[in-house]
Design a protein around this ligand. Structure first.
Ligand SMILES: *Cc1c(COP(=O)(O)O)cnc(C)c1O
Length: 397
């Protein structure tokens, strides 16, 4: 038995199929699979490889360190890193052929210095703040940054590959700001080209616009959450609506199963009290593992759902650091060691990451990305165990 009584089983065939589906949805654009934050908790390198197999020509990450980890893992696809502070290891990134976003004059200076230090040309994508009000150069400051970038291009220090932006309301398809932001990016592109830029890619769409608005696909789309089979627009329906399959199933073995009498408090603060003589089970995952404490079953409301032998139950009482309790009911036949599914594909009515997000008042992104480092990731490929993970996957089935 593996030493930890729970795991996230990641189906790489689902990642591969989702990448293909996203590529088919945006046939005129290149596909950048976003694998930041340890591939949204699914594991950077296995997911990156599967995404490339599924047709992603590009991988997107926030941090430079994440880009370097992809290269160290032997990934040769184009990689873009877009979030760094002064002093980041940009020379290493340029030497590793990582494309870098530039959103401020200091960043252009540091990229140029990195290029000179390595003797290579740095590939840059200038990020424009077309309205999000987060990262990106304000349009008023763009002309000076473009001129500086094009002077460096003439010297051979940089190559201005792309102009890009990010949307504020992509999860509200049809919101008027979406096309206003795209128009602002198009205006920036026209300005850049008038100044002599020869861009390879213009991009603005993450998952939501990849799924819902072809007019925003431009030359390249950057889906993250959809690659993992989750939807950024749950109000339009589940992942199956877009042909996506959730890649991660989080499951555990019941650690303790025992009888409790009616009227017995459960977990810290006794926020759940048994209504009858019943059987409870201890699930060995808690907030240290990413189970949101907001998913507790308190104040008479059920906590986040748990799938137990085809039944849909719920967390009873407070989520603790390492464990939660489930009321298995008076007629339970479960024993210690039986399997509990926290969330998975949702096939057969089982709980999903979206159900967990709803229960915790958050979005599915947060449910998967906050899964704790303590929880082992086990890889399967369409039900087959992946080598290396084979032994543990075999043992837990
Ligand atoms: C995270 C991120 C994405 C991917 O977003 P999803 O909504 O997960 O598809 C794309 N672009 C940028 C700039 C991001 O930060």
């Amino acid at each position: 038995m593996s030493t930890f009584p729970a795991r996230a089983v990641v189906d790489l065939s689902a990642v591969r199929a989702n990448a293909r589906t996203l590529g088919d949805l945006a046939p005129t654009a290149q596909l950048m699979a976003v694998v930041k934050a340890d591939a949204y908790g699914h594991g950077l390198l296995p997911v990156a490889r599967a995404a490339v197999e599924g047709g992603a020509a590009w991988l997107g990450v926030a941090q430079v360190g994440e880009a370097l980890a992809l290269r160290a893992g032997g990934i040769t696809a184009r990689v873009l890193a877009w979030l760094y502070a002064p002093g980041a290891p940009l020379a290493e990134a340029v030497a590793a052929d990582v494309d870098l976003s530039v959103a401020a004059p200091w960043a252009l200076d540091e990229v140029a210095a990195a290029a000179r230090a390595t003797g290579r040309t740095a590939r840059i994508h200038v990020k424009v703040d077309t309205g999000l009000g987060r990262n990106g150069i304000p349009p008023a400051d763009l002309p000076a940054l473009l001129d500086a970038a094009l002077r460096l291009e003439a010297e051979g220090a940089v190559r201005l590959v792309g102009l890009w932006s990010h949307l504020a309301f992509a999860d509200e398809p049809g919101h008027p700001s979406l096309h206003a932001q795209a128009d602002a990016l198009h205006a920036a592109v026209a300005d850049a080209e008038a100044r002599g830029a020869r861009l390879e890619v213009r991009h603005i769409a993450a998952s939501a616009s990849t799924l819902t608005d072809p007019a925003l696909h431009l030359d390249l789309v950057r889906p993250g959450i959809a690659l993992y089979g989750l939807t950024p627009v749950p109000q339009l329906g589940g992942p199956e609506r877009f042909g996506l399959v959730p890649a991660m199933t989080v499951e555990a073995e019941l650690a303790t199963v025992k009888r409790l009498p009616a009227g017995h408090g459960v977990s810290y603060g006794h926020h759940y009290v048994t209504a009858q003589d019943t059987t409870v089970g201890v699930v060995p995952l808690g907030y240290a593992d990413g189970v949101p404490r907001h998913a507790s079953g308190v104040d008479g409301l059920p906590g986040a759902p748990l799938g137990v032998a085809g039944r849909r139950l719920a967390i009873a009482g407070r989520v603790c650091m390492d464990q939660v309790v489930v009321d298995l009911g008076p007629d339970a036949t479960e024993v210690a060691g039986d399997r509990v599914v926290l969330f998975g594909t949702g096939a057969d009515g089982g709980p999903t990451a979206q159900d967990w997000a709803d229960a915790a008042g958050t979005i599915s992104y947060e449910i998967v990305t906050r899964l704790g480092a303590r929880v082992p990731r086990v890889y399967v490929d369409g039900g087959r165990a992946v080598s290396g993970a084979a032994r543990v996957a075999e043992e837990v089935r």
